[in-house]
Design a protein around this ligand. Sequence first.
Ligand SMILES: Cc1cc2nc3c(=O)[nH]c(=O)nc-3n(C[C@H](O)[C@H](O)[C@H](O)COP(=O)(O)OP(=O)(O)OC[C@H]3O[C@@H](n4cnc5c(N)ncnc54)[C@H](O)[C@@H]3O)c2cc1C
Length: 391
Amino acid sequence: MTSKNIVIVGGNAGGGLMAGRLARMLPKDQVNITVLDKLGKVEFQPSFTYVALGNRTEEQVSKDFTPMARENVKPIKAEVTKVDAANRTVYTNNGQYKYDILVLSPGVQLNDSKFKGHEDTYHFWDMQSSLRLRSALSKFKKGKIVISVASPIYKCPPVPWEMSMLLHEYFTNKGIRNDVDITVAHPMGRQFEMFGPNIADPLGNWMSDMKINGHYKFMPAYADPVKHELVGQNNESIKYDLAIVSPIQTAPDFVTSNDDLKSKVGWADANYKNFRNSKYDDIYSIGDVISPTLGMGMAGAFTHFEADTVATFIADDVIGSYLTLPFNPVAMCAMEGGSYGWVAYCNFGKKLRDPNYAFNDCSVMGRGRIYKMLHSVYEKYYYATILRGRV
Ligand SMILES: Cc1cc2nc3c(=O)[nH]c(=O)nc-3n(C[C@H](O)[C@H](O)[C@H](O)COP(=O)(O)OP(=O)(O)OC[C@H]3O[C@@H](n4cnc5c(N)ncnc54)[C@H](O)[C@@H]3O)c2cc1C
């Protein structure tokens, strides 16, 4: 029997998990799995906030991806530049790869330079930027910190507020909280609005208790490095001493430049039932690169369940018969709230079926110091699953 070539683009949350799942589910003589990743790293991105606050080192959060290799799994450091879907070929800066089945999980492209004045701002959406922010925060003794976003679509929608609460704890523990003003300036109408009132209401109260300010319906157009102001698209401006602004985030260029891969909204094309491309059923896409297409936020929780589902569809393609697993549109999200943690539980099933549905299907499952440990527990599980292929 000739074996099938499965090529996976992206070896982190979605692609890395997928490679391990497929290696376990499929007979070794029936598949060759190639994982292409431009960084060649497995990174636990939720810990970028911890890197910025000094609680993690680069080595703890960003690990070489070669331990992912198995008898039939080959991780290769290569940046994908083009996909020729008609000829089933992926082009990279490190060779060309033919596939029978292609899985795209390349996440987002961070476009720092597209935000004017970005040199005067900081962020924590990648490792090097988190380290730069860490250096700035360690010297910050007094003044106003503004956290904002340069595009309404960005990885982990609740993270600006989560970071504001972590900064509250950071400066409280340093004994200078009264000298530091923390403001979240955001295009939404209020804190955690995307989760609905069951989350937004209690979180609003907790943030008021921490004296974290909110400046809403504000979308920055640029940063003025001379006046140290974020200037909004409505010309309103907010002064800062230190600005944390997420970079503009898009699908990677090899997706946006390819009509076969792109959806109507400019991200990767897929549906939430089987995650196949609508023109080429040998291409699956998962993770952040399809979230805007599906109308969902970008979260590792969805990526994980998408990988689980797609792995069963690929097993069905390869073996000829496999009991497939429907997508579970549920997220249990462990978040930091200052010195304690809390867990949000959301079911996005109705929202996926009807984009106009008035979403209110989240609740707070628990709040307390014990929930703060969940971040570290999940971090360990992440590396065990992706690098060592454990369940
Ligand atoms: C600060 C922060 C906090 C977060 N907190 C949470 C949280 O608490 N809970 C949660 O559920 N989610 C959280 N997330 C989101 C979560 O990390 C992402 O949703 C998840 O990593 C998406 O997985 P992915 O596989 O789609 O993309 P990624 O994990 O980003 O992986 C994409 C991979 O593709 C590679 N790649 C990109 N382009 C190319 C190319 N052209 N060629 C080859 N390789 C390429 C990259 O190097 C990368 O390794 C957070 C994210 C950030 C940044």
